[in-house]
Design a protein around this ligand. Sequence first.
Ligand code: PFF
Length: 459
Amino acid sequence: MSQSRGQWSGKLGFILAAAGSAVGLGNLWKFPYITYENNGGAFVLVYIAAIALVGLPIMMAETLIGRRTQLNAVGAFNKLGGKLWTPVGFLGVLAGFVILSYYSVVAGWTLRYIVMAISGELGNMAAVPQELDTFFGDYTANGTQQIIGLFLFMTFTTTAVIFGVKRGIERVSKILMPILLLILASLAIYATTTAGFEKAMHFLFHPDFSTLTRGAVLEAMGHAFFTLSLGMGCILTYGSYMRKTDSIPKAALQITLLDTLVAILACVVMFSIIFSNPDMQISKSAGILFTTLPTVFVKMPGGNFIMTMFYFLVAFAALTSTISLLEVISSYSIDELKWSRKRAALTVAFSVFIFGSLNALSLGANSKLSSFNLFGKETTVGMFGTMDYLASNWLLPVGGLLIALFTGWFLSVRENRIELEEGHGELPAFPVWLFLIRFVAPIAVGAIVVSVILGAEYQ
Ligand code: PFF
């Protein structure tokens, strides 16, 4: 069984693939933006607390469910929890589909930016204020361009998934993750030489709790899920390819640390660069990455080169994440529907591409899709905004809450302990984990769900 499903070649395979899933646009695109919006310092601390107290225990829970059952998300919940819990697995597969359908659109942008950075076009455009803004607006509103980007990115993603667990996913992660870390480390070293470095460090690491809002706390918690790929069976699926001889707690800790390190380093790099330019106007959301940064890069020595490296970094990070999203759905189709890997990956990818095109066309190309608003909120305008809101505010927190409750209260203490200690040896911190997964995580995630039901908003 496990032979035909595939398995990582060793513990590094799992760690790099899962870290590849975790490190993505969430770290490089979303985290710097929400950190800026929530005034740095105190928000960063709350985020770290959310990662440690909620994210890490749930990551261990998902991995243990996956490795114990050696099954996809749906099969795993069905096997351990029966009919009642099977919907949790389906919720995960649905979340994977929804996230992949808009995530790959943004990922597609990086390809265009890489080409433009190499040709020098991006540098020329960024040198004239406003020109890049106009370009970005026109580009995202250009349906053909958006669909081409989505198609190309889905093609790369699908190719890796077709090659399978060891020869595809693991190999890509083992090549791309070290390159990604190297590029980020060089950019971070470069950041220390910029004029804005000190200001960036102050902004990030001097907490001022008077600026912290309740919404910021919820946002930090919600983002902890997204950034660690939790709440939708992704880590569970990757955990199902893990060997019994490897340690779950150690791997989960290393993946979590790596993800947090990348998020913080990305902030150090971006804020140092941005603060180096005192009259910089920081644009919102997508803007930081695609409109603000190039205008600053271009003023630096070797700007075009740094720019090119930077967009490669973002594309690599996004690719290892889209691969993991596609794998969640493919793995379900392979195990449960008995499809071949190739058929599963191609069919799922094609459906995602068709549905994703609606998101791609909702950024200005098609007025009906651009004004579609299922939730009726200011931040959920357009198909793209609606899907992002649905996933980050509903699917992931609800999925995470159910996974925590399932592991903490439905599985027995004994079976949890056995799986966590398998390949690790005695785990003295087990009672701490049990307390976090039984009480802290459900209460914290429950608070997100309740506040979303009551109408609070965070993106
Ligand atoms: N963790 C990824 C990021 O931070 O960009 C996004 C993601 C990937 C979320 C895979 C969920 C997932 F299953």
